[in-house]
Write a protein that binds this ligand. Structure first.
Ligand SMILES: [Zn+2]
Ligand SMILES: [Zn+2]
Length: 181
């Protein structure tokens, strides 16, 4: 997702961009490895303006995704919505300290991102924002009982026999136990 800096007007430019999830490597990976189903493209609205050589971006993003429950694997739908703000420069400014010495500050320390050439690539920023919005421990419900580790039964819908079997095996062992006289 490229934003041409020359297109940004001094008083601000508003852009709406939709980009398929497979354009974002980390999200595509989640779809492949974790069974995430992205139901919409990533919808981004960006307000951009240039203030004193600094490109200021305010963005909102929307995305619907189905994520499998971490315990029972049943998918739930999440409507993600978030906002971000980022400042970009094509060259880091020189900052001098009180003693006139030039300070060596990284872009991160200045809260800036550096862009090369004439365009700002928003892919990484948008991808990181989506990751922040994703649930860290997706569950269909807090009370989800998960799957039986023995037989794989969905314990929210059925109670399997594994639990009973363990108990009866325990008694079977006791039955053979003979007390020495
Ligand atoms: Zn669940
Ligand atoms: Zn079971």
């Amino acid at each position: 997702m490229q934003l041409q800096v020359a297109d940004i007007k001094e008083y601000g430019t508003e852009l709406q961009i939709e980009q398929a999830v497979d354009q974002y490597p980390i999200l595509a990976q989640l779809a492949e490895d974790e069974g995430y189903v992205f139901l919409t493209p990533v919808q981004v609205t960006v307000s951009a303006s240039v203030v004193g050589g600094v490109v200021e971006l305010q963005g909102t993003l929307r995305l619907d995704v189905e994520i499998p429950c971490g315990r029972c694997l049943v998918a739930s739908r999440y409507a993600l919505e978030g906002q971000f703000h980022q400042s970009y420069v094509d060259e880091l400014p020189n900052i001098t300290g009180e003693d006139g010495e030039e300070l060596e500050l990284s872009a991160e320390e200045m809260g800036l991102e550096v862009f090369d050439g004439d365009a700002i690539d928003l892919t990484e920023e948008v991808q990181q924002q989506v990751l922040l919005l994703l649930p860290t421990h997706p569950l269909c419900s807090e009370e989800c009982k998960g799957l039986c580790i023995e037989c794989g039964a969905d314990l929210n819908r059925e109670s399997c026999r594994c639990q009973n079997q363990k108990v009866s095996m325990h008694f079977a062992a006791l039955k053979d136990f003979k007390v020495e006289k």
